[in-house]
Design a protein around this ligand. Structure first.
Ligand code: NAD
Ligand code: MG
Length: 379
């Protein structure tokens, strides 16, 4: 029986993780769940899965939940509660499905407690990849990717040596606006941006897909997960999202991982690794699909992808600033405060205003992250 905690259990990844768990109750036991503010759904999940501990964003929400959870479930709240749930003694694996760099302290707490990490929360690796990977290595903790591209690469690399990798290629669907020119992006609405052609995901990552920031974050995520250089990472557009990513080896052999776009497959693989199990998802028929398409990434059309590569190469505090500024810009766009193309303006000006420094601890990261957030909120 594998014991699982899920940070961000009420979101898109969190609910799909619970769907996998519900299909195999003989294999998995949920021991911890956390949510930001969706108290009703968290209570429902607590009643169904009976975890030992649940966490909500605030004391008020936690007090409201306490009356309705099963008798054996303890309710905690806030940053401390999140860290407590993440490092909970009983869990074997912690699925990090919180959105944004606020997931970082809890992820590190889980690693310190020796938990295997099922990593969906890519912003933590972008913000502090060197710290997270170093700590995981020290503690002998595995970081298993849930992001579909990274799960694909992880599967392609099974049994391969890192020295054999020539290039890793991340595929990108292109997001909601892939067939529009830059001129056609003036004044697009929040609802249009939230309408992703292939994937149903949380709001923030859906906007990140439209700006191609998501692929930029994934480039940095791949660098840390697979210990490759930025020159070894490429991105192409693949509108069908059937090939989830592929690796080219030194002998020019390529291995790709394929499947229908359904996040439950990579989530499940992280939960069952190194084993596989039957799944409630649909099968892929290549005959039905017929054709797959690929085209070169356009770095002029998507300047924030280029900037993500630049920040990754700069290293130090640069990726943390890129990420934090983007988090704020996306939330300002979602609230109607700025236009879609302003997301680029906000992120670019935060990065160009910032002097890159070394950052080697959580305190330094929190300072840089905080500066970028304050700057991005007003520019
Ligand atoms: P979501 O918005 O659907 O869910 C986010 C979760 O985080 C919710 O449970 C929410 O309650 C919780 N949360 C939000 N603010 C919080 C706060 N202040 N304190 C505590 N908890 C808080 O997001 P999602 O789409 O599930 O994405 C989660 C992560 O997974 C992101 O890092 C995203 O990039 C990554 N990811 C998502 C997908 C996908 O298909 N949705 C695919 C790949 C990677
Ligand atoms: Mg992805």
């Amino acid at each position: 029986m594998k014991k699982i905690s899920i940070l961000g259990s009420t979101g898109s990844i969190g609910t799909q993780t619970l769907d996998i768990v519900a299909h195999a109750p003989e294999l998995f036991k949920v021991v911890g769940l956390t949510a930001g503010s969706n108290v009703d759904l968290l209570i429902e999940q607590a009643r169904q899965f009976k975890p030992a501990i649940v966490c909500l964003g605030t004391k008020e929400l936690a007090d409201a939940a306490r009356l309705h959870v099963p008798p054996g479930t303890r309710v905690v709240y806030g940053e401390e509660g999140l860290i407590e749930t993440a490092s909970q003694a009983d869990a074997d694996i912690v699925v990090t499905a919180i959105v944004g760099s606020r997931g970082l302290p809890a992820t590190l707490a889980a690693i310190n407690a020796g938990k295997t990490i099922g990593l969906a929360n890519k912003e933590t690796l972008v913000t502090a990849g060197h710290i997270v990977m170093e700590r995981a290595k020290q503690r002998g903790v595995a970081i298993l990717p849930i992001d579909s591209e990274h799960s694909a690469i992880f599967q392609c690399l099974n049994g391969e040596k890192r020295e054999s990798i020539k290039q890793i290629t991340l595929t990108a669907s292109g997001g909601s606006f892939r067939d529009r020119t830059r001129e056609q992006l003036e004044g697009v609405s929040v609802n249009e941006a939230l309408n992703h052609p292939n994937w149903s995901m949380g709001a923030k990552i859906t906007i990140d897909s439209a700006t191609m920031v998501n692929k930029g974050l994934e480039v940095i995520e791949a660098k840390w997960l697979f210990d490759v250089t930025y020159d070894q990472i490429d991105v192409i557009i693949h509108p069908e999202s059937i090939i989830h990513s592929y690796v080219e080896f030194s002998d020019h052999s390529m291995i790709a991982q394929m499947g229908l776009p359904d996040m439950r497959v990579p989530i499940q693989y992280a939960l069952t690794y190194p084993d596989r199990m039957a799944t409630p998802t649909n099968r892929l028929s290549l005959v039905e699909v017929g054709k797959l398409h690929f085209r070169e990434m356009d770095f002029v059309r998507f300047p924030l992808l280029r900037l993500a590569f630049d920040c990754g190469r700069l290293g130090g505090s640069a990726p943390a600033v890129f990420n934090a500024a983007n988090e704020v810009a996306v939330s300002r766009f979602l609230s109607g405060e700025i236009n879609f193309l302003d997301i680029e303006r906000v992120v670019e000006s935060a990065v160009s205003r910032h002097d890159v420094t070394e950052i080697n601890d959580l305190q330094a990261i929190a300072e840089v992250d905080g500066w970028a957030r304050r700057f991005a909120a007003t520019v």
